[in-house]
Design a protein around this ligand. Structure first.
Ligand code: EPZ
Length: 429
């Protein structure tokens, strides 16, 4: 298994090109199931989760072709997907358990084929993460749903029918599944208390290019008027706001200065507000964002994660790494997932002073962190340890690097090009 080895204490300086967003690309790929024509997606990041979704779609009968990409320095790959005929409506356990976003094939398969059988994803490292909101929403559109032998059996032989779906809780995935399903339902669907994340908007904009009739994207009330069929389209995946925020924190934690090419301030307003309060300068440039630490240590600031446009849970662990080095204390409250503090014991091994009380963590900033051997259980926790390692004195060895490969494209190359000492090596057994 690979390890990442970091010699800390070097300020990062230079520029990093932001990749296409994983969490936008995954639902966009699933949307290819809605049409028998070609969906062409550009700015698709090369990531393990994208490959998993590609494998899942291939076994449904989608033909996929990836051209170009990050290896040769270009800006993401162009992925062509064509679901000419769907050969299987089954999403098997061995793929779904690898990646929960696999459940996003449920809405499109059901809408196009009148039937889908998708493995229940089960729990994961950051919480129980049920899919009840996806299922209740699809039932309101007329689907019959049964849970048997670990699978969701969904059927709507006569097709889906538009309805009002009021989500009791905001869910990105449930909004995306319902949005896709509603495009081919008869009549009008209202999604109320819908997720407003830029990734949902990106999906909706692509669906509109495919011929869908959608209004209210980016608000909490989305209206979809169903159409008979959708067609092919070309769409560029939105820039990854979580990758942008992660590298902004890398600049801040190392006392550096980074130009984040393609980074979008409008998608990071809550994060920029917190960074500014902490004493980090974030400026919009004509190519993206310039981030630098204004002067001395950052100041401790309280943070609470919330659905968009609030502070993203996917930047909570990275913020904790930053606040571990702050002058003063910071209360970090996680309101989205019930078990998303697994980075705490690992950060503590590097000298961070963090006490967790329920959904909140009190972080008392330290003058220095020290390198250590660490491991993490999910993507964002792993990258928070990379950030801590970049700032720490001495060597940090990060195990279970495969988590990073799920969501950060060319992480070591991007950081090394800005002066970080970071390498990947095969661990001794
Ligand atoms: C998406 O997950 C992201 N994944 C996550 O990114 C992100 O952390 C999360 O949204 C929140 O922003 C993708 O986009 C592929 P939710 P999703 O449904 O859609 C509860 C990363 O690191 N809930 O918005 O699965 C749920 O348990 C990741 O890239 C239900 O109760 O998240 C959670 O507490 C990890 N019932 C809350 O809602 C449901 O049916 C929000 O989850 C669905 C969700």
């Amino acid at each position: 298994m690979d390890q990442i080895v970091i010699q800390g204490g070097r300020p990062l300086k230079g520029e990093i090109t932001i990749s296409g967003a994983k969490n936008a690309a995954l639902p966009l790929m699933a949307a290819s199931l809605l049409t028998d024509e070609t969906l062409s997606l550009s700015n698709v990041p090369h990531l393990a989760d994208i490959s998993t979704m590609a494998r899942l779609l291939a076994q449904h009968g989608v033909s996929l072709h990836m051209n170009g990409g990050a290896e040769n320095g270009s800006n993401g790959g162009v992925l062509e997907l064509r679901a000419g005929t769907i050969s299987s409506v089954v999403a098997p356990y061995d793929l779904v358990r690898k990646m929960r976003a696999s459940v996003l094939v449920l809405g499109p398969l059901l809408a196009r084929m009148g039937e889908a059988k998708v493995s229940l994803p089960g729990g994961c490292a950051i919480g129980t993460r049920p899919v009840d909101l996806h299922l209740k929403g699809l039932e309101l559109l007329g689907a019959e749903i049964a849970l048997e032998e670990g699978y969701i059996h969904a059927s709507a032989p006569g097709g889906l029918t538009g309805a009002a779906v009021v989500f009791p809780k905001i869910s990105v995935g449930a909004t995306e599944n319902l949005l896709m399903a509603a495009c081919l339902a008869k009549g009008e669907t209202q999604l109320v208390n819908a997720a407003r994340e830029p990734e949902v908007v990106d999906l909706g904009e692509c669906l509109i290019k495919m011929g869908a009739e959608i209004e209210g994207l980016g608000s909490d009330r989305i209206t979809v008027r169903g159409v008979e069929r959708l067609k092919g389209a070309s769409h560029a995946v939105v820039a990854d706001r979580i990758e942008t925020g992660t590298y902004a924190m890398a600049a801040a934690i190392t006392d550096g200065e980074l130009d984040l090419i393609g980074g979008r301030a409008d998608h990071l307003a809550a994060v920029i507000e917190i960074l500014n309060e902490a004493g980090v300068s974030v400026q919009e440039t004509n190519r993206g964002l310039k981030v630098s630490r204004a002067n001395g240590r950052v100041t401790g600031v309280d943070v609470m994660t919330e659905p968009y446009p609030g502070f993203p849970t996917d930047l909570q662990a990275q913020t904790m790494a930053l606040m571990s080095t702050a002058d003063g204390a910071s209360m970090i409250t996680e309101s989205i997932f019930e078990n998303r503090f697994m980075h705490v014991p690992e950060l503590s091994r590097m000298g961070a002073n963090v006490n967790v009380h329920g959904a909140s963590a009190m972080v008392r900033g330290q003058e220095r962190l020290t390198g250590a051997e660490v491991m993490a259980t999910d993507l964002r926790a792993s990258v928070s340890l990379v950030l801590a390692g970049l700032a720490a004195e001495g060597e940090t060895v990060l195990n279970r690097v495969y988590h990073l490969d799920r969501g950060y494209e060319r992480l070591e190359q991007k950081l090394a090009a800005c002066g970080a000492s970071i390498t990947r090596r095969r661990a001794a057994e």
